[in-house]
Design a protein around this ligand. Structure first.
Ligand SMILES: [Zn+2]
Length: 234
């Protein structure tokens, strides 16, 4: 696994956090665009790690040195865990999680690459070694599980949760990780991306984006999905 630690985001709090969770996201754009956003102080967003489609891992906010700082990836977030007397609600995931962004224009439409899964599983193994609270499969969640009430829908329908739990947590069960985005909405987004010439090529297993296409389209489509999904849940 190749790890690049030379691109550091200024968007984090110099505060060491206890790591109890890993939160998965998709970038809704290219690696380059994602790193640009994370380097921009005005955007006030970041995540600890970004995994490109070729499997290269970018450590944008420190977390692999055993001194994880507080990145700004989860936003307003909450999750109900446990049952009966042990039930509790966890909030403020930036205070207690490592955020991992997987490069994907839209994880409800396009599959993740084999290289991304391989690197992600290695990263999770490494994080488990550093942060013992990650020993349970319950500790790996999607942004949609903790912020679906705001319409967040990543990593999305195309993410293979069963595979993650089978590889990283064998014989420990597979917690429910249902996608927030329904089939119909995903298909309409696929149609809009297709109309702009963005298609997935089975042969290469890669998404092809026409040269010169304005990437802000991907963010607009994500915002559209969020608005639609949060209205459904509002
Ligand atoms: Zn997210």
């Amino acid at each position: 696994m190749k790890i690049v630690s030379t691109t550091r985001s200024p968007n984090y709090t110099e505060l060491e956090i206890p790591v109890e969770f890993v939160v998965l996201h998709y970038t809704a754009g290219s690696l380059q665009r994602t790193l640009e956003i994370f380097m921009d102080r005005a955007r006030e967003v970041s995540s600890h790690l970004v995994i490109d489609t070729d499997g290269v891992v970018y450590e944008v906010v420190p977390c692999l040195d055993g001194r994880p700082r507080r990145a700004w990836h989860a936003g307003k977030s909450r999750l109900a865990i446990g049952s009966g007397a042990g039930a509790r609600t966890i909030e403020a995931f930036n205070d207690r999680s490592v955020g991992i962004e997987l490069v994907n224009i839209n994880g409800n439409v396009f599959p993740y690459t084999e290289e991304q899964y391989v690197s992600l599983f290695s990263v999770i193994e490494r994080l488990k070694g550093l942060y013992p609270a990650l020993g349970s499969p319950e500790s790996v969640v999607g942004h949609e599980q903790i912020a679906g009430f705001r319409g967040k829908c990543d990593p999305g329908r195309c993410f293979d949760w069963a595979r993650l739990f089978a590889v990283c947590y064998p014989n420990q069960g597979a917690p429910q990780r249902e996608a927030i985005c329904g089939w119909e909405l995903a298909e309409s987004v696929r149609g809009m991306l297709g109309a702009a010439g963005v298609v997935w090529e089975a042969e290469s297993g890669r998404v092809r984006v026409p040269a010169g296409l304005d990437e802000s389209l991907f963010n607009r489509l994500s915002a559209l999905c969020e608005a639609s999904l949060s209205a459904d849940r509002g």
